[in-house]
Design a protein around this ligand. Structure first.
Ligand code: RIB
Length: 309
């Protein structure tokens, strides 16, 4: 498979993670265990996942001039990611996420965006030459929304195919999804965007139709352990793989990155199967970036073969 060139515009965080039996209720104090720190941030997670799946990746974001920022930089560099466009914020600390992971594998996340906020719309136009040179742009919503809108607009003017992961969930004006070529909500994000509760294939179709009506060309809905659903030039549902989930943090990021890596190379149903496999494997390992799977693991689980190109 010819390596895709992927630019990721997004967040980099340090995740402070603790495991709990169940999530606490307001006012409750619970015993947690296994405290650890892990490199995270939806943007950086997707950059790392795409790099491990064989893509040539650049990461456009911002970290603080602090120990967490240095650790993030070193971690991304070790994955071979191009960091020419990673800013250092003089005043704000690196983004930090406090994450609780329950025994069920589900998580709760509280984010202080910190330095991620300093990625501004005016940082985007100088990237024109870079966007012209890459195959895909991948964005999420943990950096300022006006910056993401600018990046999607620049990608469109450069004929660079753009993927918008609408996470974390947020109501958005339709121009966001209209500027993206492909939108990847999960069930709750789709509900917040469209007002349609997604709890069946029929409701997934209705929500996807609504998002398509705003102007994007493709919707890939992440349905968690159930699988994923595509609506655009055709329609398909692809069931996921059964795995023992220990921590779902970053599983959606692994899915989106995998999709970016194979979109346009594999038929849509195979691209969803490959992405389902990446998301499922990420859920079997604790931590966000530590859980991003290698290409050969994903290929093995998905049972996909790539023709040489
Ligand atoms: O998608 C998971 C990520 O969300 C975590 O790594 C955390 O940093 C938050 O950004």
């Amino acid at each position: 498979m010819k390596a895709k060139k992927i630019a990721v515009v997004g967040s980099a965080n340090m995740d402070l993670v603790m495991r709990v039996k169940d999530f606490p209720k307001p006012g409750e104090t619970l015993a947690g265990k296994d405290f650890t720190t892990a490199h995270g941030g939806k943007g950086a997670n997707q950059a790392v996942a795409a790099a491990r799946l064989g893509a040539q990746v650049s990461f456009i974001g911002a970290v603080g001039r602090d120990a967490f920022g240095t650790q993030q930089r070193n971690g991304l560099k070790a994955e071979g990611i191009d960091l020419r466009y990673l800013k250092s914020d003089e005043t704000r600390p690196t983004g930090t996420a406090i994450i609780l992971v329950a025994d069920s594998g589900e998580n709760m996340i509280i984010l202080d965006a910190g330095a991620n906020q300093s990625l501004r719309p005016e940082d985007i136009p100088p990237l024109k030459g870079h966007f012209e040179a890459v195959d895909h742009l991948v964005c999420q919503l943990e950096t300022p929304h006006e910056t993401i809108l600018e990046a999607l607009g620049l990608a469109k003017s450069c004929n660079c195919f753009s993927i918008l992961d609408v996470a974390p969930a947020s109501p958005l004006p339709p121009e966001f999804t209209a500027r993206a070529d492909l939108v990847t909500p999960n069930e709750s994000e789709a509900e917040i965007l469209t007002g349609i509760r997604v709890d069946s294939l029929e409701s997934a179709r209705k929500a996807a139709e609504t998002i398509l009506s705003w102007g994007t060309r493709h919707v890939v809905m992440k349905l968690g352990a159930k699988g994923s659903y595509y609506l655009g030039e055709s329609e398909c549902f692809v069931p996921s793989f059964e795995v023992q989930a220990v921590d779902t943090t970053g599983a959606g990021d692994a899915f989106t990155a995998a999709l970016a890596t194979v979109w346009g190379t594999l038929p849509v149903a195979d691209a969803l199967r490959f992405s389902n496999a990446a998301g499922a494997l990420a859920a079997t390992v604790s931590g966000a970036q530590p859980s991003m799977p290698a290409l050969k693991e994903v290929v093995r689980l998905a049972g996909i073969t790539f023709s040489e190109q």
